[in-house]
Design a binder for this molecule. Sequence first.
Ligand code: FES
Ligand SMILES: [Fe+2]
Length: 385
Amino acid sequence: MHQAGNNRMMHRLPVEAYTSQDWFDREQERIFSRLWRYAGFVEDVAEPGQYITVQAGLNPILVVMGHDGLLRAFHNLCRHRGTQLLRAVGKTKKAIRCPYHDWTYSLDGELVSIPDEGAEFGPVDKSCLGLKRASVATWRGMLFVHPDPDAGPIGDWFGEVEPRLGPHQVGELVEYDGGRTSYEVRANWKVVVENYIDVYHLSHLHSGTLAMYDHAKAEYGFVGPHFVFHEPLSEDYAANIKTNSPTPLILPEDGLGAWVPMLFPGVGLVESESDWATFIVTPLAPDRTRVENRVRVKDASSWEFVKQGWRSYAYWKRQVRPKHDTGDPDDPLASADFTAEDIYACEQQQKAMLSPQFEAGPAARGETPVLEHQQVVLDYLGGTG
Ligand code: FES
Ligand SMILES: [Fe+2]
């Protein structure tokens, strides 16, 4: 972003990085098509024939479990004329059949039949027309894909950052009923990520909604291209955690707090003492981004959740609601919901970038991650040109 003044903390990307199709295309090609991409959770593909599909930058990918119980990833392209073979999530029967001309592949990617092969083609060497392989890996209860079949171990990509993440045992948590949300933000994906890693805004935009954490004690920074962040609960809130927590605790009482990493590119995790969630950022257009959340909680009875909800209600009523009661029904920040606050801020920022008068002012210390993330993007694109 262009920046006024001569402050040392300079924004590193031009406005076009947030508004132009050319930047968007280069990011799709050089970032999202070349790195590990979140695809879901291991339970999404847990039995033979079950599959999911995911877009990894320019690459449509499918992950399917074979009859041998192994997960395999393939480019979701028919070897005849390229038609997408599978859509969304589901369970195929024994094989993958293209909807266009019924070419059929086994679950391990071999082309097994071509309708009217003899009459239409003569003999075809099917052995070289199997599905193109991609890579799939499981990591912390999640599935990741990589368009390159020889991507190597996922530990090479996440290994260094792993010790700085929360101690949560993701596989032992269960998906919260109604815990899947997906929404579009009218802003560039980097605006969404920069907001997520902007430590400065926590005690301002979210003064009412995230006051249970002690932002002054936040520890954060980059490990390679990945952002890590940890902050403890405020002493007051922690002292009454048994009644304050909206859902049953998932961490021992002597290690409460939040870990909120943003793994590159666009894989946010929100790992707190009461729940654990993904925040998956997918660029749709220069000024449109999808965010998908899946929330996991303690594997406990609904009764335990109801009881905890009752206990914590008094806290929320006392601490959160009054700060948002502006009396203005049109106030976009009156929802007591920090996600609504973030969306509002992101969309306002994106709009501002269209003004010929827009220029970013000095960056705060708590915005250092924003600048570092801009540098990471720049490094992957190989410069601004
Ligand atoms: S495109 Fe798939 S069978 Fe023709
Ligand atoms: Fe925020």
